[in-house]
Design a protein around this ligand. Structure first.
Ligand code: ZN
Length: 480
């Protein structure tokens, strides 16, 4: 792979001394292999790499680190636009991995093409790093095809498999199958574990969980742990930061731990996150859409990153999530002041903080200082915004241009590990022709979606204990 130079762009570099973005108005980046080898404001100062160099003029354009999505289930992508008005309990018993129809409706090929499209949707929108919560765990073939899609996608993926007792595919068989799967090392895919299914069995405070995870870490080269956590009025499992850190000492396994959603953190939970450097993944649109809630995310921004969750129900890009979270947080903080009868005298959250949540904080959640930042030595996972589109034209503040004005269509180039994934607005390096991918995806989607035409009724209680309450609805129709 020839070294590359991105020449004379506006670079959103990361200043490690101030932990903030340093805008370089006209700078060039030298990429050698998978890393950023040099950043210079005068391109003549770049060291000359040996051999041929690919030089790309990015004058007038904005170079951002790749976005980091710390929570998603890409195997569900074929459901696109189903369930636009659903709640979490409806989704869980219907289209989620425990839905009765799911193992019948999906073939292993469906899982492959659905997952692949999900990663590619992300790459097209500049999402270069992904934590996949892989709960496609009902047969060996669907597990393997989900993993193969991650490898083939070209995205950087932490593939966190959810081991769980399933009919016809026992936990024992799953460990065995996962062990064989991760034996074939991929440069861009790291193995990980989801603790949802495991949690009930091992997180019982008997002191054995950490040894169990340590054993799996050594055996499977585990690089990350993730788990769904809601708390508050949601039925409580063993998944709170307090339960996982204070009662089960899982931090001793020395792995990144990401708690997805976590909308009702207790003071003890927040303390555990900070003390043990573990993170939450706020998924703003999911938490709005499904009624999950998000009461405490803004209080723990220092240990927070951003995720998407079900990319078929709403936006599949991290810019959209960052924008939504920024404005939700502003609204929440302003409202507190307005309720006192006084007017807000300042804006509570800077756009740079939303940008950092979408990039650097994802890298921190994964304990990777070389992900989500533009620094010398960091991974060359980069996004180039054209900046000349009708939505971005006239920008002067590049962070505001990206977070408040850009969309996936403004992204001209994407690199992962120093290789082009999108070039001149077109996806490149796909494992198959886009036309074939599209045909296969549509075939799966059009066969699967009708099988889920009617969501099942809500159970009387969610998971046996969660009681339902009325929700005031909103309508455009005037009724006297
Ligand atoms: Zn989820």
């Amino acid at each position: 792979m020839a070294p590359k130079i991105l020449k004379d762009g506006t670079v959103l570099s990361f200043d490690t001394s101030t932990q903030s973005i340093k805008v370089l108005r006209r700078a060039s980046i030298l990429i050698v292999d998978d890393r950023i080898a040099a950043i210079e404001e005068n391109s003549d100062d770049l060291p000359a790499p040996p051999g041929d160099v690919e030089i790309v003029d990015v004058a007038g354009k904005i170079i951002s680190p790749g976005f980091v999505n710390t929570h998603v289930h890409v195997w569900e992508s074929v459901y696109r636009s189903m369930g636009p008005n659903t709640t979490l309990p409806q989704y869980m018993g219907w289209a989620g991995h425990m839905g009765q129809l799911v193992p019948v409706a999906f073939t292993a090929d469906d899982i492959y093409i659905s997952s692949l499209q999900g990663y590619i949707e992300g790459l097209n929108a500049g999402v270069t790093s992904v934590v996949e919560h892989a709960h496609n765990n009902w047969s060996r073939a669907v597990m393997e095809e989900g993993y193969r899609a991650a490898v083939d996608s070209g995205a950087r993926v932490w593939w966190c498999y959810d081991v769980m007792e399933r009919e016809g595919f026992s936990a024992h068989e799953q460990w065995d199958a996962y062990g064989q799967l991760v034996r074939d090392k991929s440069a861009l895919v790291s193995s990980g574990l989801s603790l949802d299914g495991l949690g009930w069995g091992i997180l019982n405070g008997d002191g054995k969980a950490v040894d169990f995870i340590r054993g799996k870490k050594a055996e499977l080269d585990i690089q990350a742990l993730t788990v769904h956590h809601c708390g508050g009025p949601w039925p409580q499992g063993n998944t709170s930061p307090t339960r996982i850190c204070a009662d089960n000492n899982l931090y001793e396994a020395d792995l990144p731990i990401i708690f997805s959603h976590s909308p009702f953190l207790t003071d003890s939970d927040k303390e555990m996150l900070r003390e043990h450097k573990v993170f939450i993944s706020i998924t703003p649109e999911s938490e709005c859409h499904y009624g999950i809630g998000q009461e405490t995310g803004h209080e723990i921004s220092d240990q927070a990153s951003l995720g998407i969750d079900t990319n078929w129900t709403f936006s599949g890009d991290i810019i959209g999530q960052a924008r939504l979270w920024l404005q939700l947080t502003r609204l929440r903080q302003y409202t507190k002041t307005l309720h006192t009868g006084l007017l807000p005298n300042a804006n509570p959250m800077a756009v740079e903080q939303a940008f950092l949540l979408a990039t650097r904080q994802g890298g921190r959640a994964l304990r990777r200082d070389d992900i989500g930042v533009i620094t010398v030595g960091a991974k060359a996972d980069l996004v180039v915004f054209n900046g000349d589109s009708p939505s971005m034209l006239g920008w002067s503040d590049p962070i505001a241009a990206v977070i408040l004005h850009a969309n996936a269509g403004d992204i001209e180039h994407v690199l992962v590990d120093g290789e082009w994934k999108k070039k001149d607005f077109k996806l490149v390096s796909l494992p198959m022709d886009w036309k074939d991918l599209r045909t296969r995806f549509l075939e799966s989607s059009r066969r699967i979606q009708p099988q889920f035409a009617v969501p099942p009724p809500l159970p009387e209680k969610f998971w046996g204990t969660g009681r339902f309450g009325d929700v005031e609805s909103v309508s455009t129709i005037y009724e006297r």
